[in-house]
Write a protein that binds this ligand. Structure first.
Ligand code: AMP
Length: 470
């Protein structure tokens, strides 16, 4: 089975009469975090009810399906995974029955060494249904001999190393927890007195919940009939080094929605600041117009244009009706590529020297087509400016990135040949200190994971993978 690197969103609510419908809405506001499958599990106080399907939230859940999910508590999940692993078996929340009762789990993140963990569990007789690392988390909880659910989760936390923001549901309680380094976001809010947890605050906004705080790294939060209890991460054993926080900086650069508050900061404002910093570090002499790659480059392009004193124009218009499932007709008219998604506005491009701003370049294939599109709309010069450092390393903590040999900036480290590859007049990236300064004010990036840009992995990478040799 193929290893998978999940990009996901999670949601949970405890003690609300419309639990399933609210979870459906919450997932809808987290749809950008995963588009391949969606699922909801509810609890009626005794039994868990579930529905999971491949597809978008709005397509998976009909009124009838939601009606069949009774109970005052629910958790939900949206998931995207790399091709080859996108089967219904890997859709979440996943569920099991163990000697502690029924348990459902929804996971955002990735365990780099889950294959070794799973092999160990298999040797001890555990049977797995999927290729998902999330199932390993469920087994570690079930296999623990601790007397309480919190004890079992703590046991899992001592075994599993990696990124996990999790929501869980039993017949009697909702649980939210975050790995000790807090790679992926998770927030707590409140709706009509009921606690709500979500990957991002957009999940709270849509349902009218108020934001309260982040679930802290290493925290276990439990909600049940007795109320809510927080179990902070225990102090490290004497002599042991505490796990350093490693919040994913790429959530701010690309992944989270700009209207979300992530790690306590408004993503849109961070992106604008990244753009301002980019204009300081990588100015384009003689440029006349700044255009974003929609939607990923919009915030940074606004900041770039402001800082550079240049006009901002929506020079590329995005079609909102292109899904992943679009099938190109078998005819003379094929290979639309990026044209399906984007169309240039010739009037603001023609004859000008244009700065095209995006958040990142991965394989370079889309960026190259965008440069060509802008040029064919009459641009005199096309300069790519990227509001993060070159993506040169794979992520092992929950962002889907290809292997290093497919990352264009790892293959072509120098800027001039890279610009040639992209067919641009120039390409310029932000420095890592510049990015961190824009995100948190600290150029060192203390408390953040920037491994995809620097190769500084906060945890050991999987066996057989030596970043220095790649
Ligand atoms: P390409 O030029 O083919 O590397 O594509 C670059 C585009 O991919 C940029 O617009 C990025 O915003 C976007 N992008 C970056 N990371 C991801 C990701 N993990 N999943 C999907 N798109 C991404």
């Amino acid at each position: 089975m193929k290893d998978i690197h999940d990009e996901c969103g999670v949601f949970g609510i405890w003690g609300h009469k419309d639990a399933a419908t609210i979870t459906y809405l919450g997932l809808h506001a987290l749809q950008h975090r995963g588009q391949e499958s969606a699922g909801i599990v509810t609890s009626d106080g005794e039994t868990l009810h579930e529905y999971r399907q491949m597809g978008l939230v709005a397509d998976v859940f009909t009124a009838n399906v939601l009606h069949g999910l009774p109970g005052r508590s629910a958790i939900g999940h949206v998931r995207y995974s790399t091709a080859g692993s996108s089967t219904l078996l890997n859709a979440q929340p996943i569920r099991c029955v163990f000697d502690g009762g029924s348990l459902a789990l929804a996971h955002n993140g990735n365990l780099p060494d889950f294959a070794a963990l799973r092999a160990g569990l298999m040797r001890r007789g555990h049977v797995f249904h999927s290729s998902s690392d999330s199932e390993v988390l469920l087994h570690l909880i079930a296999a623990s001999e601790a007397g309480s659910l919190v004890g079992r989760i703590r046991h899992m936390m001592t075994q599993a190393r990696g990124a996990y923001s999790i929501v869980m549901l039993t017949g009697r309680e909702l649980v939210a927890c975050r790995d000790p380094q807090g790679f992926r976001p998770l927030v707590v809010g409140r709706l009509d007195g009921a606690p709500v947890v979500a990957s991002e605050t957009t999940g709270l906004d849509l349902i009218g919940a108020t934001y309260e705080r982040e679930v802290e790294p290493g925290e276990i939060l439990i909600a049940d009939e007795a109320g809510e209890r927080s179990h902070p991460m225990p102090a490290p054993a004497p002599g042991a080094t505490p796990a350093a926080p490693a919040r994913c900086v790429f959530e701010h650069v690309y992944f989270a929605r700009p209207d979300s508050l992530v790690f306590g900061r408004q993503v849109y404002l961070v992106r604008k600041e990244l753009g301002r910093q980019l204009a300081r570090e990588q100015p384009v002499p003689g440029a006349e117009t700044v255009i974003p790659v929609p939607d990923s480059g919009v915030g940074a392009a606004v900041g770039f244009a402001e800082q550079a004193g240049l006009p901002f124009e929506m020079g590329l218009i995005r079609s909102h009706y292109v899904g992943r499932t679009f099938i190109e007709p078998e005819s003379r008219i094929r290979h639309f590529g990026v044209k399906l998604k984007l169309n240039p506005v010739r009037a603001v491009i023609e004859g000008r020297s244009v700065v095209v701003v995006d958040d990142s370049i991965v394989r370079g294939t889309t960026s190259r087509k965008i440069v060509q599109m802008v040029r064919s709309a009459g641009a005199r010069e096309v300069h790519m400016r990227i509001s993060s450092p070159p993506t040169r390393w794979s992520c092992y903590y929950g962002i889907d990135t290809p292997s290093r040999d497919e990352l264009v900036a790892a293959r072509i480290p120098d800027m001039h040949p890279l610009a040639c590859e992209l067919t641009a007049d120039s390409v310029g990236y932000l420095t890592a200190p510049g990015m961190h300064h824009a995100v948190s004010g600290d150029p060192e990036g203390t408390g953040y994971c920037d491994a995809c840009f620097t190769g500084r992995y906060p945890l050991p990478v999987p066996e057989g993978y030596d970043p220095k040799k790649c």
